[in-house]
Design a protein around this ligand. Structure first.
Ligand code: C5P
Length: 243
């Protein structure tokens, strides 16, 4: 295949121009980073697992009418997606206290929250992705009120879907982060779930033992990240094959 033009390289993925207008190719790297890239490593096979897992979640969402940028997986490390304009927000949904929420509010990790809580961070590596409120989002024009209504709706539908899928695999969906993109059909704008959904961007705990099956294994040096992600893939019936 002809060499593709690189559009963007992030910490865990590279985006290339797609074969048709309005498409991109998303390539999953093996690089793992945490704490705004202060901790780095290369975890062999992580990109392959995340490509498969993100395919599984995104195509499941497409199937229940939650729009995503995902079109199809191309090979072990690449997927074809609709190109979109990423809204500069990380949208976090939490079901159980953990991570930065526990730290910020002094709530013990593992405490169930009274209802799912949606938070926003402004996507800016140099600033360490600071948490922002809807007031900031409206005032700085990152998203309109209609966009925000749509974003919350999408985030909660993703939460329902992922929670259910995980429950069936004996996994507790503690929290996750998604990104939202704008796609344009002529003058009409739609919001879609973009980027990836994988154990890099979720907290997943074994329902029985509480074992961490997500990127906290890397962040907190809890063992093998590949083993944890492979376990998630195995339980979901998403085993990486040779293509
Ligand atoms: O660190 P914090 O507790 O705020 O993370 C909440 C959720 O968002 C976790 O599942 C984490 O993996 C995810 N997240 C992410 N990318 C970030 C920040 C958080 O995927 N830059």
């Amino acid at each position: 295949m002809a060499r593709r033009k690189k559009i963007y390289e992030g910490k865990a993925k590279i985006l290339y121009e797609g074969p048709e207008p309005g498409t991109i190719v998303q390539y999953f790297k093996d690089d793992a980073t945490a704490f705004n890239a202060q901790k780095k490593d290369v975890i062999e096979g992580k990109g392959v697992l995340n490509n498969r897992l993100s395919e599984f979640f995104m195509s499941g969402l497409n199937g229940i009418g939650v729009p995503t940028h995902f079109i199809r997986r191309l090979n072990m490390r690449e997927q074809l997606c609709r190109s979109c304009e990423i809204i500069p927000l990380e949208v976090i949904v939490r079901n159980v206290a953990a991570g930065s929420l526990s730290k910020r509010l002094g709530i013990e990790e593992g405490t169930p929250l009274p209802r799912p809580i949606v938070e926003y961070c402004y996507k800016d590596d140099a600033l360490g992705d600071p948490m922002v409120s809807e007031e900031h989002i409206a005032a700085f024009g990152w998203a309109s009120q209609q966009d925000m209504d749509d974003i919350v709706h999408l985030a909660l539908r993703v939460n329902d879907f992922l929670s259910g899928v995980m429950l069936g695999a004996g996994i507790r969906l503690v929290d996750f982060k998604i990104e939202i993109g704008r796609v344009y059909d002529g003058d009409f704008q739609r919001l879609v779930v973009a980027d990836e959904i994988s154990p890099d961007s979720c907290r997943l705990w074994d329902m029985e033992s509480g074992e961490h099956l997500d990127k906290d294994v890397f962040r907190r040096d809890l063992g093998s990240l590949t083993d944890a992600y492979t376990e998630v893939a195995r339980r979901l019936g998403v085993m990486p094959k040779s293509s």
